[in-house]
Design a protein around this ligand. Structure first.
Ligand SMILES: Cc1cc2nc3c(=O)[nH]c(=O)nc-3n(C[C@H](O)[C@H](O)[C@H](O)COP(=O)(O)O)c2cc1C
Length: 210
């Protein structure tokens, strides 16, 4: 079983880096193979909006993007993985530009007939809710602001997961990011590790038909 982590903060050793490591270590402790992508280190250009990935080559599991950058290999690996963990800081009440660029470039996973632009695209290979995902969002705003700060980010992830037929397991908003006590950090890292373990448990259950 393979679980991929995508980390959308430019600060590799920041809070999101620590939290995603904890999730991945939790998953590894349950036997999963893990890999962390720091989006800041990846060469991922902006989507150019040509729609060729989504309109052409319908029989391919991944559409062909006209841009030749790290997304080609990332999507191959994404397609084969069993589970995902996405982590992003809130920037301007939304996911970071790094994360948004990555989400837009997942468009080759979908197809839609040309001329049916009003329809939501279908997954090329629907995961049938056997693949699972969890998500982490951090913000300086306190936990009471989760709805305002966290939910728009969770929605951005979940819209894609819904279209891919990937099931969401856990969502964690960590507020007070700019002023986090060590005790609270430890508590959240522990929560993150459990999220990783639960992700593996849920994937195993799906594989066993439960
Ligand atoms: C440009 C920018 C915009 C931000 N906007 C918000 C915001 O809208 N809401 C919020 O709660 N925190 C905001 N923050 C604080 C970040 O969410 C915080 O620095 C981040 O969660 C820390 O995570 P990291 O250590 O992984 O980078 C912003 C930070 C930056 C740099």
């Amino acid at each position: 079983m393979k679980i991929l982590g995508f980390m959308g903060s430019p600060r590799i050793k920041g809070l999101n880096g620590k939290l995603i490591d904890s999730v991945l270590k939790g998953a590894e402790s349950k036997g999963a193979e893990i890999k962390r992508y720091d989006l800041i280190k990846c060469n991922i250009e902006y989507c150019r909006g040509c729609f060729r990935c989504v309109h052409e080559n319908h029989k391919l599991p991944i559409g062909k993007c006209t841009i030749n950058d790290d997304m080609t290999d990332i999507l191959e690996e994404y397609h084969k993985a069993d589970g995902y963990i996405f982590a992003t800081p809130v920037y301007g009440v939304y996911v970071t530009a790094l994360m948004k660029t990555f989400l837009e470039r997942k468009f080759p996973l979908f197809y839609r007939e040309k001329g049916e632009s009003e329809k939501i695209p279908d997954a090329r290979v629907p995961a049938d809710f056997k693949k699972k995902a969890s998500m982490i969002v951090t913000g300086n705003a306190s936990d009471e602001y989760e709805e305002v700060m966290g939910d728009p980010c969770f929605d951005a992830f979940e819209m894609d997961f819904m279209m891919e037929q990937v099931d969401t397991v856990d969502k964690l908003y960590v507020g007070w990011a700019g002023n986090l006590s060590n005790d609270r950090l430890m508590e959240k890292l522990d929560e993150a590790s459990k999220i990783g373990m639960r992700l593996v448990d849920n994937i195993e259950k799906a594989h066993n038909g439960n």
